[in-house]
Design a protein around this ligand. Structure first.
Ligand code: HEC
Ligand SMILES: [Cu+2]
Length: 356
């Protein structure tokens, strides 16, 4: 077998092994209604603003490719044509100083190219920013916090965290149902980026920015904070769950249904501990005295896929570990280790699990 053949078969084998290894992980999430779009490929846009950016980037890349080919082509040509030859006499070639024509050419052509690049990009930026939003657009507000996302649907009376739920839109502009997002920050500069849905937009303290999403396909889209914002910036992850219209209506209805009152003895004990400890100073549970806004709203905690802004999948084990000591899972995060005893953690977790 040729070297190339061996290499290719090796690649195929490694991929095969990886598929087998990752299969359980994929199967675990297959229970969800929508495809997981874990690969955040900005060259495969699935939303209008992302598509517009991708088109502009394509033009810019083509122009740059042209420049690359001309420059390297000339370079290779000159290196070959004027290489040292046996019959050379070893003297320097004639030195030419000051050619107005050449200097003009290498000044004017790059200026023209830069102007074209600037026009292409600013036109796209302008088009995306000025896109009129139809009256049926879903409106929501995303507030960046160190190191999690607060997501507020003011018209619907829903507050959640780290997972943005929106309805799918349509490629046909007449039928589109985009989502209009107002972006703000509670502390430092963050940046909202879901590569397949839209370009980055910063969340700046004391300033309101806007962006919009117009996804063509349902799915769970992965994104993250794209502006370094402190220790746990890398664990400030974001998911956009794009529902079918019926799925979105179902999600809204479920979020608006208050969680059932704690029933079992352990749950009631945990409920007491939750309110006796300072959890309520930082967290809100709608309809109770817990009205803290420093941390994520926990009213519908158990409906989320992840905990700690994507630091782990949300399940019994990770929830326990988080309540026991969030600093172990997300070092430096702004929820302190509450120094709870193990039975207290058990009870609080039992209570938190009723929040669905
Ligand atoms: C000083 C404020 C503060 C206190 C007190 C506090 N938390 Fe938190 N909590 C936070 C912050 C901030 C986060 C988000 C951390 C992150 O993701 O970076 C958080 C996250 C959480 C989460 C994960 C939420 C999610 O959607 O990912 C849970 C669950 C939680 N806290 C439970 C509790 C419980 C139970 C207590 C009391 C024993 C408590 N917290 C006390 C600030 C606090
Ligand atoms: Cu951030």
């Amino acid at each position: 077998m040729s070297l190339r053949g061996t290499f290719l078969s090796l690649v195929v084998r490694v991929c095969g092994v990886l598929c087998v290894l990752t299969a359980p992980a994929l199967a675990e999430t297959a229970g969800l209604e929508y495809p997981m779009r874990r690969v955040t490929d900005m060259f495969k846009p699935l939303s209008r603003p992302a598509e517009m950016i991708s088109e502009a980037a394509g033009v810019v890349l083509l122009i740059c490719l042209g420049i690359f080919l001309v420059v390297t082509g000339l370079l290779v040509f000159i290196v070959i044509k004027f290489r040292r030859r046996a019959q050379d006499d070893g003297r320097e070639p004639p030195q030419i100083y000051g050619s107005t024509n050449i200097e003009l050419a290498w000044t004017v052509i790059p200026i023209l190219i830069t102007v074209v690049l600037a026009l292409v990009t600013s036109r796209t930026i302008g088009e995306i920013q000025d896109m009129p939003m139809p009256a049926n657009a879903l409106k929501l507000r995303v507030v960046g916090h160190q190191w999690w996302w607060e997501i507020r649907y003011e018209d619907l009376g829903i507050v959640t965290a780290n997972e943005v739920h929106i309805p799918v839109s349509d490629r046909d502009r007449a039928k589109a149902t985009p989502t209009h997002i107002v972006l703000q920050s509670a502390d430092v500069i963050h940046s909202f980026w879901v590569p397949q849905l839209a370009g980055k937009t910063d969340l700046v303290p004391n300033k309101t920015n806007e962006t919009w999403l117009d996804p063509y396909e349902t799915g769970v889209y992965f994104g993250n904070c794209a502006e370094y914002c402190g220790t746990q910036h890398a664990n400030m992850l974001l998911r956009v769950i794009v529902h079918t219209p019926e799925g979105f209506a179902k999600w809204v209805a479920s979020q608006k249904t208050p969680p059932p009152a704690p029933q079992a003895a352990e749950e009631i004990k945990g409920h007491g501990l939750f309110y006796a400890n300072s959890c309520i100073n930082c967290h809100t549970v709608d309809g109770t005295v817990a009205e803290g806004v420093f941390g994520p709203n926990l009213t519908k905690l158990m409906t989320r896929q992840t905990i700690g802004a994507g630091v782990a999948e949300l399940n019994d084990k990770t929830l326990w570990a988080w309540v026991d000591d969030p600093q172990k899972m997300k070092t430096g995060c702004l929820m302190p280790d509450m120094q709870l005893l193990e039975p207290e953690v058990d009870a609080i977790v039992a209570y938190l699990k009723t929040l669905k």
